[in-house]
Design a protein around this ligand. Sequence first.
Ligand SMILES: [Mg+2]
Length: 218
Amino acid sequence: MLFDFGGTLDADGVYWSPRFHAAYRAAGGSLDFAAFDPIFKATDEALARLPGIQALGFRAAIEAQSRLLAARLPDRVDADALTDRLHTDAVTIVTRNRPILERLRRRYRLGIVSNFTGNLQPCLEELDLARLFVVVSDSTVVGWSKPDARIFAHTLAALQVPAQRAWMVGDNFEADIRGAANLGMQTCWLAPAERVAPDGPAPTARIQSLPDVERVLA
Ligand SMILES: [Mg+2]
């Protein structure tokens, strides 16, 4: 069974950009999401190039991105306030999800396939999730990004599970669902109710938060 990380294990299908935007507004920021999003995307690229990024754990990575963001935003916002809000919200969801993953792990071999910045392993260790996964594929480390079939095939080979018997659970339709469906995997799309599914083949199942995945598999 494969999982995405960001938005899937640490949030209920909400991307990092709207999460940061909500924290920014709560800290007194004035930009609407349309103006905020390109600035946020620029910090994603800056974060990926940050010296030492490979060693940063979960909170340190959020802190680094909060600082990059605060330096680029037109209004003065407290980077520490962004860090605290993002980190607290994510840890709350991870803490809720961890027992579910612990149960699934008794029935399935679990892996993670993530488009990440090379530091997913230290992030998972900090969140006490690393021990639950047999294999962790971080795109920066393995050299392929979702939806490239090679990152899925590489991870399934490490689990020794054929694609037809495997599930992919993720929140990004293009990267996670289409990518995995192209290999013949069963797919579970984690998305808020209001998110519209793109045209084309539907996922095998759709859920609104990770705890619902057990109902899908039952
Ligand atoms: Mg995601």
